[in-house]
Ligand binder design. Structure first.
Ligand code: SD4
Length: 297
């Protein structure tokens, strides 16, 4: 029996996102439409506090979004440091489909979005503004702290999603407001093709969540896909990419990274640094939240 369609995505909010993706996959739709629709759910949900609307702002109180998307043909689109737009993933998709480029950033990305019918919206909600004001009061001196306190509990909501449709086409998307209270101008791994997300139509896809700097330094998602190309299972490929971080990055123990991966046979897996990372899986028979195996026990 076919192990697909299948969709997987990071964290608890992946459950609702998978449902939206499944509506498209169940009808025989394209995985690209599925991941776009899927990750738009947390992007539009003000209670998901590190994706889209309602995301935690940077240290200066601005909500700046990073996102990317990739399909089975290896096409890719990305936006970084995008402000005022609720659905950066859909802007990234337009970059892929309507421009000769892969990535648009900042003001240019915003202008491109507005020119293409996206509306300017307020992304900083009252709740996030209140928390930010308190954070500012308590942290008069800004420390560029990207360690574990910033990526556990409430602040771990980057969504990365991978889907394999009925016709065996794989696509992926990744979208985030990034590390909470990040340095103004900081861009993480999520919009970087090969870091936060990578898809190869012949092999599979991978996506990352956690301290983006560690993922960028090891080009994690690309690494996971290349390991799967050489024959590793999704689980072991994710583990090996975490091992690479543990080998190369001295203070990795104070960070969380979670990888998820899906191959073109429909097999999926994950691995993380710290216990506590989970991901959502949806197939015709299965709707499940799975606890990832961790490097540190
Ligand atoms: C970033 N990787 O901006 C994102 C943040 C994240 O779970 O995934 N948090 O570095």
């Amino acid at each position: 029996a076919n192990k697909f369609p299948v969709v997987i995505s990071t964290w608890n909010h992946g459950m609702a996102a998978n449902e939206a993706a499944w509506e498209i996959l169940a009808k025989g739709g394209h995985s690209l439409d599925a991941v776009d629709a899927g990750v738009r759910v947390p992007e539009g949900d003000p209670n998901v506090i590190t994706v889209g609307k309602g995301g935690i702002p940077d240290a200066s109180g601005k909500v700046t979004l990073d996102a990317c998307i990739m399909d089975e043909k290896g096409r890719a689109g990305s936006v970084s440091y995008l402000q005022h737009i609720v659905h950066p993933v859909s802007v990234a998709r337009l970059v892929m489909e309507k421009t000769p480029h892969v990535m648009l950033s900042g003001k240019g990305a915003l202008e491109f979005a507005l020119d293409n019918g996206f509306e300017k919206e307020k992304l900083l909600t009252k709740a996030r503004k209140k928390e930010w004001k308190k954070w500012k009061k308590d942290n008069k001196e800004f420390t560029n702290n990207i360690n574990i306190e910033n990526v556990t509990e409430d602040n771990h909501d980057t969504i990365g999603m991978l889907a394999l449709d009925e016709d065996g086409r794989i696509s992926g998307a990744c979208t985030t407001s990034g590390m909470g209270y990040k340095m103004p101008g900081r861009v993480g791994d999520s919009p970087i093709i090969g870091a936060g997300l990578f898809v190869d139509g012949q092999v599979g896809g991978a996506t990352a969540t956690g301290s983006g700097e560690l993922v960028m330094k090891t080009l994690g998602s690309f690494l996971v896909v290349e390991l799967m190309r050489s024959g590793m299972s999704p689980d072991r490929a994710c583990e090996e990419a975490v091992r690479r971080i543990a080998k190369k990055i001295p203070d990795y123990q104070s960070h969380q990274i979670g990888y998820i991966a899906l191959n073109t046979k429909g097999e999926y897996g994950s691995f993380c640094i710290q216990p506590g990372f989970n991901y959502a899986v949806k197939t015709a028979e299965q709707t499940e939240l799975i606890e990832a195996e961790a490097w540190l026990k």
